[in-house]
Design a protein around this ligand. Sequence first.
Ligand SMILES: N[C@@H](CCC(=O)N[C@@H](CS)C(=O)NCC(=O)O)C(=O)O
Length: 341
Amino acid sequence: MNKRHLASLGAALALVFSTGTVLADTTLDTVKKRGVLQCGVNTGLPGFSHADKKGDWSGLDVDVCRAVAAAVLGDAEKVRFTPLTAKERFTALQSGEIDILSRNTTWTLTRDSSLGIHFAGVSYYDGQGFMVTKGLGVKSARELDGAAVCILSGTTTELNLADYFRTHKMQYQPVVFDTGDQTVKGFEAGRCDVLTSDQSQLYGLRIKLAKPESAIVLPEVISKEPLGPVVRQGDDQWFNIVKWSLYAMLNAEELGVSSADVEALKKSSGNPAVRRLLGLEGIKGKGLNLGDDWAYNIVKQVGNYAEVFERNVGQGSSLKIQRGLNALWKDGGIHYAPPIR
Ligand SMILES: N[C@@H](CCC(=O)N[C@@H](CS)C(=O)NCC(=O)O)C(=O)O
């Protein structure tokens, strides 16, 4: 083949590739065309994702999806929720069945690097703990040698449990279930001495017990469980949209902008950081391919991070979880969002 042939072959290939790129819809295009965001959530976890009798979903993980819908579609209600078990969750994302996975999912190296997925940030800093029946008379996890432990399969919980017992040279007998409900029922039925899961969920699962006061949560937190929304690899634009939707809620809290005053602040605020958040100056929606009011819509319709936290898992909820690690960096926690500028 001579040089000219090579050049035209190259041009043809370039055309094929560029046409391919042009034709392939981005996740943003798909969501806009569909008019609805497909969001994968837990099958039912108090505070994080829960459907009431009418089928209306609420929770912190649910609100992360609502925030993305507000940013992309201008309407936080335009979300279709798919309840997923721990085992099903990554396949649902990989296959394109959902646009975002927001299901109390821990960010780990293995998941981030071998499943074709990207964690877009941390919506809740969690850690693994243990719940035991009061009758067992145990005050610390170090006293659990020989215990039968109820656990959910396909989770980081399973792996951390093995590490913890190995490190402390203790034995245990795993009693494995597929859903949180089954795990709680197994615990209640006395199939195990201990139930282990993320701490936030222990409080949620405890209030699902027929007699919540019969169980206690042990003080040890044995792992880091940074939970956050997940997207498919290969769509940087979508990755950015999900990442910044979360950061918009955190920045809004930091700037003192809430759903109650965002409208007034849009009219009157002279604070340049607030004005950038609300799309009045700066890059606005351009870099994300969204409307300029993307973050305004999030705060107006879903709220800032503090509102979302308190309503779902904090003082406004039955869980009454303290902000702790989940406070902003300036209030003693570790949530730190890059600036909108
Ligand atoms: N954060 C951990 C655990 C996630 C998890 O699925 N936890 C259980 C705790 S029991 C749960 O959410 N169960 C509810 C259910 O599957 O119905 C992970 O990403 O693997």
